[in-house]
Design a protein around this ligand. Structure first.
Ligand SMILES: NC(=O)c1ccc[n+]([C@@H]2O[C@H](COP(=O)([O-])OP(=O)(O)OC[C@H]3O[C@@H](n4cnc5c(N)ncnc54)[C@H](O)[C@@H]3O)[C@@H](O)[C@H]2O)c1
Length: 360
């Protein structure tokens, strides 16, 4: 569901990017995975963009098979004259026939607990889906973002990890369906750039979080948020020593949109995230402090799911120098602020008195 917090974040992205997004006006934009966590936020940013370009809006096709993303997350956009909503599976080529100027390809299954139960579906989306979108982009797209993952690095020997690190990835373990298919998706992107000069840029997100993420999606921040909203305790199914770099959704989206419209980024892969590396235990304590005073208790337990920590990387932190060199981008939202905004958004959702005002 849309909230005032999400709407404010989306408008903030458009404000911050200013004239950089002008090429989107009047153009045809395809967003795949549009009901997912990131896809829905991109949709809200496009709506904020169209508020400013009411006479020449971006004409957006939102595509999802709604396997993971709930239709309600984008239902507030239904009826917008610039929107076409398509229920379609990106792994079926016949479902992607039209031509687009800009393609934002997010369709996949981001949550480890959901893709572990649907391994063939995630391989189909990451490989065949990406292939189909590259074919669509070949028809004259000006720019395409293809979303890979920091998981392509596996458990990295180099941290912070630069884009030219080749990875340390299990190709048969329980996460391989995701990690290896993301890697093949990237091979397809670099091949289409080399063979056909398709202007595709690969994005490797590092633990993006924020309002709008499904609270049952099994990733660490939604798990913490869910426990916090229920009044605690915050339970970690590990010792909390593994590290991650958490990036707030508006920072992340801003960097991605800069890359979308930059021809200098064509054919390249970019780490996108926040350079601050924090232990999972530290993230839990920050959540506990943001939620209540005195802070909620943080507990450490063992998961009943045997594959829970198999091939789970110990450290995860991006080297962002390539992104910074090209775009000047650095994340601005601290973990404390981002968790606070996320919590405020979920509280808004559950409180009927604070339902969002209609878009003006
Ligand atoms: N959020 C993160 O921190 C993160 C980290 C690394 C990579 N990524 C990647 O970014 C992209 C978006 O991530 P997210 O967090 O929004 O994931 P998500 O799982 O919330 O959303 C993905 C969306 O794609 C849809 N989808 C799945 N298979 C499809 C298919 N075959 N056809 C059409 N739609 C399909 C799902 O229904 C869902 O709505 C994904 O490619 C993910 O792998 C995200």
């Amino acid at each position: 569901m849309i909230t005032d917090v999400i709407r404010e974040d989306a408008r903030g992205v458009v404000h911050s990017l200013g004239r950089l997004l002008d090429p989107l006006a009047g153009s045809r934009v395809l967003v795949t995975g549009a009901a997912g966590f990131l896809g829905a936020f991109f949709m809200d940013v496009l709506e904020a963009f169209n508020e400013r370009h009411a006479t020449n809006p971006a004409l957006v096709t939102a595509m999802d098979n709604f396997m993971v993303g709930p239709p309600e997350r984008i239902s507030h956009l239904l009826g917008r004259p610039w929107l076409t909503l398509r229920t379609a599976d990106v792994s079926r080529p016949q479902e992607i026939e039209a031509e687009y100027d800009w393609i934002i390809h997010l369709a996949s299954i981001g949550s480890p607990s959901i893709y572990r139960s649907n391994p063939l579906q995630v391989i189909a989306a990451n490989v065949q889906g990406t292939w189909n979108l590259l074919e669509a982009a070949r028809k004259g797209a000006k720019g395409m973002l293809s979303f890979s993952s920091s998981e392509v690095y596996g458990d990295p020997a180099i941290v912070p990890t630069p884009e030219d690190y080749n990875g340390n990835v299990s190709f048969t373990g329980p996460r391989a369906c995701y990690d290896e298919s993301k890697r093949l998706g990237e091979t397809l992107c670099s091949t289409y750039f080399r063979l056909h000069r398709v202007p595709v840029k690969v994005i490797r997100p590092f633990n993006v979080y924020g309002p709008g993420q499904r609270l049952d999606d099994g990733r660490i921040i939604p798990d913490l948020l869910r426990a916090a909203l229920a009044g605690g305790p915050l339970v970690l199914f590990s010792d909390g020593a593994a590290t991650r770099s958490f990036c707030y959704v508006s920072d992340f989206t801003e960097a991605c949109l800069m890359l979308l419209v930059m021809p200098e980024a064509d054919g390249e892969a970019f780490n996108v995230g926040n350079a601050e590396e924090v232990a999972i235990a530290q993230a839990a304590h920050t959540m506990a402090e943001v939620t209540a005073n005195p802070p909620l208790p943080v507990l450490f337990e063992k998961s009943a799911e045997t594959a829970y920590l198999v091939d789970n990387p110990q450290r995860r932190c991006p080297d962002l120098s390539k992104l910074h060199r090209l775009t000047g981008f650095s994340a601005r939202v601290s973990l404390k602020e981002g968790l606070g905004r996320s919590l405020a958004s979920y509280r808004e959702e559950s409180n009927p008195l604070h339902r969002p005002k209609r878009a003006s």
